[in-house]
Design a protein around this ligand. Sequence first.
Ligand SMILES: [Zn+2]
Length: 109
Amino acid sequence: MTASAVDLAPPDAYTDEDCPGISPHPAVPRPGCTALRWIGQGLGPGRVVAYTCSCQMTAYGLVSCVGIYQFHRRTLPRLGVPPVSWTAEWWRRGEAHEWWRRLLAGQAR
Ligand SMILES: [Zn+2]
C-alpha cells in the first residue's frame, strides 16, 4: 500500500526543485467545482494583483483593469486549450477576491 500512496502524492511532492515556492498552488478541482468560461480576449492591459505558482502546468492570475477584475490563465499548449485566456466574467473587487479564493480552493476552475 505504501507504493500506491506515493503515486497519489500531490505534484508538488516531486516538482519541488522547479518550484519557487512563493505563490499558492490551486487545489485540485473538487466535486461540484464551478466551471468558469474562458475566452481568448481580456478587458485590456491590467495589473496582476495575485497569481498562482509558475511551476504548475497552468498558472492563473487575478488581473485588475480600472476597477474591474478578471482572471487570466496561462497554460502549456495542448489540444483544445488556448495557451492564454481570460474569464468571460468579470467582477468588482470583493466578488473577484471571493472567486479567487474559490479558484485556489478547487471550487472554481
Ligand atoms: Zn510551485
